[in-house]
Structures are given as structure tokens and as C-alpha cells.
Write a protein that binds this ligand. Structure first.
Ligand code: PLP
Length: 433
């Protein structure tokens, strides 16, 4: 047995937990480990399949975090695994200083499936990196520097992406950041109008704010932004890192409103949950900048042969199984159940909302989100509150989740809220004594 197989087939969960926690404490990041434990997310992933993940101890959980939208095609999808194995039998990653057939095929496919006249793709490995490409393209094409972005938006934590993220806690320790970014309230067209100046290059937003608390952009707002951008020759950039590839009930969230951006950023689920890849897809008009700057992004690992083949297999799987329609159907089932739960616990649940299988439940105060995460884990479901707003927990399962599994999650939510309500009543009685 190779030492890799020994790692893969170790069966003693206690040994694995002790060793892994020791290695995290000593060699990875002791403070991240503590945070995972405090957040009841110290699951050490073992088996992964369909809508579920198993702790190394064999405990099964329905995964409603999915890395904030990485696993749309399901955990460890066997068809995508087979595609990667086929690719590995023939190729390595491919050199970046060469031309790769697979990259061309994927770019062509993305031009076909993305809305409107989005056409060219530049590839990277992560979402933040692809946001950086979008910002560079916008500045390069327009010759202006201003990027209007949204309060509580999340676009990653790398160079040109970090200043776009709308929460200070990620940014303050690293100042000075790249200048030129201006934040305005989300879903507020007037605020964008006021922020526009002669130096504005682009407006950047998520069509459903993910880490901001699962807040869909209004259709009118998106149409208003499109008109405003056209009027001032400003580029509109949609960050579809979480919302892309069927998550919201359409292949891309932009399709709900019919508003086509000039640049669309894709990542997470493009990888099939198996091989990192991200990209910025943009119109031919913007491509003029590439004439003088063909290497607007230079990276070793952006759009490798293996990544592109996995992405092609992933898109094929999403299309063949019509995962956007499935997200709509399961989303409706979830929404009906979540509304019933909200009516049952009016003091604990103030709102349920979302699009397709990008759903959120809002609580009246910060402390309930983390308690709900804890109770849900005990009831067989993993979820997490949104990073920029702990009052909201996200429900973002794989898009292959079955009706039975949706019902199991809803039952677990009902049970968890009941447990929290009992705690609240006990607390209240104690206070009155
Ligand atoms: C909407 C959005 N944009 C960008 C990013 C950054 O992606 P990555 O973590 O791959 O850099 C994320 C990550 O969660 C995201 O949710």
C-alpha cells in the first residue's frame, strides 16, 4: 500500500482526530481550529456523497454549507470523478506558456451558456483572483479607476478583490489597500447614482448577496443599474461566484432579471468540487484592452487542461440533469417548509428568503444564528451563518438534494428551533425568579 493509500484508508477515527487537531494546532492555524470548534464546525470530513458529508467518526450530515456554493453537482460526484480520472490518464495540467485545446473548448462553452454577448474568458483558480481580473479589465478598458461596490458585499480577500469586499474587519489590518473603491448600500439605485463620477469604471455586485445575508437584488434595481451604466459608459460586473451554475434556479442568476452584465465572474461550482478553476467572462467590446495587454492575468494554474476538462464535465452534468430546474423545485419545497417554520416560531424567526437553493433564515439577534448552527449539527445538518451577518444562517445544499433530504433538513430545523425555544423559556423563568 502506498503511503497515500495508508492515509486514505486509516480507519481509527480517534487517531485521525488527535493527529489532525495536533497538526492544525502546530502547523496550520491554531486560531482557525479554535474558531471551527467554537462555531460547531469542527467536523473532520471523511466520506462525501450526494447531499451529505460524513465525519471521520461515521456521523452523517446533510451539507447545507457546501463551501458557500462549491458543490452544486453533489459531493464527490462519480461522473465528474470519472472525467478527472480519464483526464489524468492522458494529461498533466499543461504548461501555462503554451496553448491548451481544453481551455479553448471551455471558453467556447462558457460563451454559449452565459447570457447575452458575453464571449471571452480569462481563467484563474479562485473567485477572488477572477474578481481581480474583472477590476483590471474594467480599469484597462475604460481608462478610469473608480469601482462602485456594495456595503456587506463579499468578493474575496486577495489584492484587487479585498477592497471591494464591503466589511472593514477583513480590510482594516492590511491598509493601505488599492484605492478607488467606493461602497454604497445594496439595492439602492439612488446611492449608486450619487456615487457615480467621471472616474467611475465599474459597478460591481452579487445578484444575490451571499455573505451579506442572502439578499437578492431587486429586478428593478438591476435594470436601473444597467441603464445607469449604459448612460455613463460604465461597466456592470456581476459576481456570480456563489449564484452561478444553477444555484438560484437559472443557470446564472442574471437570467432571472434578464440584465446582462459586461463582465461575469464565475468560480466555486465550475470546479465540480474537484479541481479549482474560476474565470471572468466578458464582452468583445472590452476585449480591445487585450490588444495592448494580452496578459492582463498571468498565472501558473488558471485554466489548466485538467481544470477545464473537469469544468466541461461539470457543465455537461448540470445541463443533462437540468440542475437549475431542480434547484427551483427543491427551493420551492424548502420555502414552503421554511415559511411554516417561521409561522410556528414567530419570536425566533423574523424572515426566510432567497432564490432557488440559495436560502437564508434570519433571527432577531446575533446569538441565535450560532446556537442554531450548534443545534442543527446535533440534528444531522451542517450550516453556517453568513460571514457578514451572523443573524442569518444560510441553507445552500447541493443541487442534487432529494425531496426526502429537503424534508429531513426542515425537520431538523423545526427540532432545533424547538430546543432553542425551550432554552429561552428556561432562561426567562430563571430571570423572573
Ligand atoms: C460572492 C463571492 N465572490 C468571491 C469569492 C471569493 O472566492 P474565493 O474564496 O474562491 O477566492 C467568494 C467566496 O466565498 C464569494 O462568495
Amino acid at each position: 500500500m502506498s503511503f497515500i493509500n495508508e492515509i486514505l484508508h486509516e480507519t481509527d477515527p480517534e487517531k485521525i482526530r488527535k493527529e489532525t487537531e495536533f497538526n492544525y494546532r502546530e502547523y496550520v492555524n491554531p486560531f482557525a481550529l479554535r474558531m471551527f470548534k467554537n462555531a460547531s464546525l469542527d467536523i473532520i470530513e471523511g466520506k462525501r456523497e450526494g447531499a451529505s458529508v460524513w465525519d471521520i467518526s461515521g456521523e452523517k450530515y446533510i451539507d447545507c454549507v457546501t463551501g458557500a456554493g462549491i458543490f452544486n453537482v453533489g459531493r464527490h460526484n462519480p461522473e465528474i470523478v470519472a472525467a478527472l480520472k480519464d483526464a489524468l490518464d492522458v494529461y498533466d495540467m499543461g504548461g501555462w506558456i503554451s496553448i491548451l485545446r481544453e481551455r479553448g473548448l471551455l471558453a467556447k462553452k462558457l460563451a454559449e451558456i452565459t447570457p447575452g454577448d458575453l464571449k471571452y474568458s480569462l481563467f484563474c483558480s479562485g473567485g477572488g483572483e477572477a474578481i481581480e481580473v474583472a477590476v483590471k479589465l474594467a480599469r484597462g478598458h475604460t481608462g478610469r479607476s473608480g469601482i462602485i461596490c456594495m456595503e456587506n458585499g463579499y468578493h474575496g480577500v486577495t489584492g484587487f478583490a479585498l477592497p471591494a469586499t464591503g466589511r472593514d474587519v477583513y480590510k482594516t489590518p492590511f491598509a493601505p489597500l488599492a484605492p478607488g473603491y467606493l461602497h454604497v448600500p445594496f439595492n439602492n439605485l439612488e446611492a449608486v447614482k450619487e456615487a457615480v463620477s467621471e472616474d467611475t469604471a465599474a459597478v460591481l455586485l452579487e445578484p444575490v448577496q451571499g455573505e451579506g445575508g442572502i439578499i437578492p437584488a431587486d429586478d428593478d434595481y438591476l435594470h436601473g443599474l444597467r441603464d445607469l451604466c449604459d448612460q455613463h459608459e460604465i461597466l456592470l460586473i456581476f459576481d456570480e461566484v456563489q449564484t452561478g451554475f444553477g444555484r438560484t434556479g437559472e443557470m446564472f442568476c442574471a437570467e432571472h432579471s434578464g440584465v446582462v452584465p459586461d463582465i461575469m465572474v464565475l468560480a466555486k461550482s465550475l470546479s465540480g468540487g474537484l479541481y479549482p478553476i474560476s474565470c471572468a467572462v466578458f464582452t468583445e467590446e472590452i476585449s480591445d484592452f487585450l490588444m495592448t495587454h494580452p496578459f492582463v492575468i498571468i498565472n501558473s494554474f488558471g485554466g489548466t487542461s485538467l481544470a477545464c476538462l473537469v469544468a466541461l464535465a461539470t457543465i455537461d452534468y448540470i445541463e443533462k440533469n437540468d440542475l437549475p430546474a431542480r434547484a427551483r423545485k427543491m427551493g420551492e419545497r424548502f420555502m414552503a417548509g421554511l415559511n411554516t417554520i417561521r409561522e410556528k416560531y414567530p419570536d425566533l424567526v423574523v424572515d426566510v428568503r432567497g432564490k432557488g437553493l440559495m436560502l437564508g433564515m434570519e433571527f432577531p439577534e446575533d446569538s441565535i444564528g450560532p446556537r442554531m448552527v450548534y443545534q442543527l449539527r446535533k440534528n444531522g445538518v451542517i450550516t453556517i451563518y453568513t460571514f457578514n451577518n451572523p443573524k442569518i444562517i444560510r441553507i445552500m445544499p447541493t443541487l442534487v438534494i432529494t425531496e426526502e433530504e429537503v424534508d429531513l433538513v426542515l425537520e431538523a430545523m423545526d427540532r432545533s428551533l424547538k430546543q432553542i425555544m425551550v432554552q429561552e423559556e428556561r432562561f426567562e423563568k430563571g430571570r423572573q425568579k
